[in-house]
Design a binder for this molecule. Sequence first.
Ligand code: SAM
Length: 374
Amino acid sequence: MDQITFHHDTVLSDVHMLLPNACHLMTYLNRVGQPVFISKFKILSGAERLDNSEPNEDRGQDTNATQGEVKKEVGAVNVDTLLDEDGDLDVTHRPRTMSTEGSGRALVCPIILQQSSPELEEEDNTDDEADKCFKDIIKIEHTMATPLEDVGKQVWRGALLLADFILSEQLMFRGATVLELGAGTGLTSIIMATIAKMVYCTDVGEDLLSMCRRNVALNRHMMEPGGSEVRVKQLDWLRHDFCTDADMEFSWKEEEIADIYDNTSFIIAADVCYDDDLTDGFFRTLYQLCSNFTHTCTIFISIEKRMNFTLRHMDVSCDAYDHFCHCLSQLQELVDGRCSFQVEQLPSNFEQFLLYERIEQLELWKLTATPTSF
Ligand SMILES: C[S@@+](CC[C@H](N)C(=O)[O-])C[C@H]1O[C@@H](n2cnc3c(N)ncnc32)[C@H](O)[C@@H]1O
């Protein structure tokens, strides 16, 4: 197996395409036959970090050289020279090049290596032990190129943006109780747990939640020194309550629900608004939680504006982002006598602790939910 097969409903996160270790070692096939990989994310130290504080017009373009080049080429060409004698467009294709020099992109298509030899397994275990000594390496088990209903098994750029924000605002989160919605592989919750006291890391689906729980276990050494804890739980935005059925894995205990209502000071969510019905469910869940809090809660949401050309608009647009903005304004305008929401977009110019493309379409939003009688 050295190629991913793409079907019409397959999605592949850029994070996996651009990881520096472009050869991905498959570790096993999961219950539904998807190849599972382990990737390492290094938390950059002081001198290694990327400083995004200076306004940089090239941001999102210099690392995204392919797009930038196309724009320049179109701008430089005299359109008349591209028409044939009948007036049809005569398009000269750019020569295909494998060179990625200066683009920052390692390889466009991940190469998959299947783990089969005992030597490799041994090497990998040695690696495991070595990594435990490093407090700056996060190991994440994930799949690649999933159907849309399994997107949580991949790591998305929004998770890395939110993780960067958490690492750059450590004082704010120290010792806090935090709830993550739609946590996927759990990467952002794990980063949060290096600072906060208790993190409830939630999503849906036993398969995904099991993977997430394994990731928490893989990175336990990062949380132990601070005595913090990550609890992986099911929280489905399309249901109206916490699942407390003791026979179900990832269900809630009454005291955990009480802890959520009494102590959650932050709710975080990365890249969870990509389908309008799910976005509605997500905002309903946010409202239900916050309107039952007796304290102020701050919510951080990262989103990637994915632009598409649609025949309906005859232009590039991002319906999912427009719907997200619509839900934000509805929350802000809400007058229900229980709680009020303030909404603001935060600048995304904080330091970069993790390696990924901080493209300009990545946004971070802050919502402040305050009980009306506060
Ligand atoms: C694009 S992924 C983002 C995952 C992770 N936050 C990240 O950025 O890598 C969207 C996440 O929303 C979760 N999700 C979708 N529907 C949900 C629902 N009804 N309730 C809770 N989570 C849901 C998915 O399982 C998935 O983990």
